[in-house]
Design a protein around this ligand. Structure first.
Ligand code: ZN
Length: 324
């Protein structure tokens, strides 16, 4: 555990067998304390958080857990910590998605399957059990208080404000402390990893457009330090935002170039994009990575449609994208 700022501690929670390696869990100590995100649903993670709370003198009944977004590496221990008396807060959009993901045969997973069929992934015979989100879906959720933009959590000298930064997930929320210029950015800005931007279905539309808008929103804020959720913390978040934006522009460029060869499904575009993965061909891609890759590719295609550069139309079961 490292004290990153007065009364703000960073605790590394291992994410075993996961390329992200670990989650940066933050514990902020006051009369009413705050924890930001938890790691997966594991006994190891729970023991680490409970030991840290005890060492810092944090009473569970005087502690709030703020969940930034629905991913299981952030929310996995919410239920177990709530059972010790910790109160849990989360934004309404991701909470609704998380709740609907509890039921393995419910709407949430039906929609994931429907999207994969439109992407053309039927040819890959993927099973939902290969989907990391399905494998790590929550088994139970505690009572959760809804957090909305502008809500404040007061901890000692700090006044944390809830802000919406949609993109990485439809309802991702971050905490901003304007007096000290601190931003707990969750997975919105990461230093060593490009945050995954995926397609969430028609209901949520252009997720990449929302994400790029949320990056600009942070650029317009007075921020001196960023506390992100994985690996090392950004030292110059403005430079990092520029890099991330450049990455997506290059990706959009690659998509345009592929479609110059003719109309294509998401699967066909995904196969032709370059990927930073040890697989020589699409067939070698691990099943779990095929879900991610297709989602990421489609987010870029949908953004090009929103920019007016592409059209999409249904051909049989598949969506076909073409340059205008
Ligand atoms: Zn995430």
């Amino acid at each position: 555990m490292i004290e990153r700022a007065p009364n703000i501690y960073q605790l590394d929670i291992p994410l075993r067998n996961n390329p992200l390696k670990s989650l940066n869990c933050y514990l902020i100590v006051g009369v009413e304390s705050l924890i930001i995100d938890t790691g997966f649903h594991t006994a190891e993670g729970e023991a680490l958080i409970r030991e840290a709370m005890a060492a810092l003198g944090m009473e569970p009944s005087h502690t709030r857990l703020f969940l930034t977004h629905l991913h299981s590496d952030h929310t996995g221990l919410a239920d177990r910590l709530a059972k010790t008396g910790v109160r849990v807060s989360m934004g309404p959009v991701d909470l609704a998605l998380l709740r609907s993901s509890l039921d393995p045969s419910g709407d949430f997973w039906q929609e994931v399957l429907a999207i994969s069929i439109e992407q053309g992934l039927s040819a890959d015979h993927l099973a939902l059990s290969d989907h990391p989100g399905f494998r790590y879906r929550p088994l139970a959720l505690p009572e959760v208080a809804i957090s909305r933009p502008g809500d404040r959590f007061l901890v000692g000298d700090y006044r944390f404000e809830v802000i919406d930064l949609p993109g990485h997930t439809p309802g991702l929320q971050a905490l901003y402390e304007p007096k000290h210029g601190l931003l707990f950015s969750s997975d919105h800005i990461l230093e060593q990893i490009t945050p995954n931007i995926t397609y969430w279905g028609e209901r949520f539309g252009d997720s990449l457009g929302q994400y790029l808008g949320s990056l600009d929103q942070v650029l317009a804020m007075t921020v001196t330090r960023v506390f992100s959720s994985h690996r090392s913390l950004p030292t110059d978040h403005r430079a990092r935002i520029d890099q991330i934006k450049r990455h997506h522009e290059l990706r959009l460029q690659e998509c345009r170039a592929i479609l110059q060869g003719g109309p294509a499904s998401v699967r066909e575009v995904t196969r032709k994009l370059s990927w930073d993965i040890r697989a020589t061909s699409w067939e070698d891609f691990p099943a779990s990575q095929k879900w991610f890759a297709a989602g990421e590719a489609q987010a870029h295609l949908v953004h090009l449609v929103a920019r007016g550069e592409l059209t999409s139309e249904k051909q049989g079961e598949e969506l076909i994208y073409r340059l205008k």
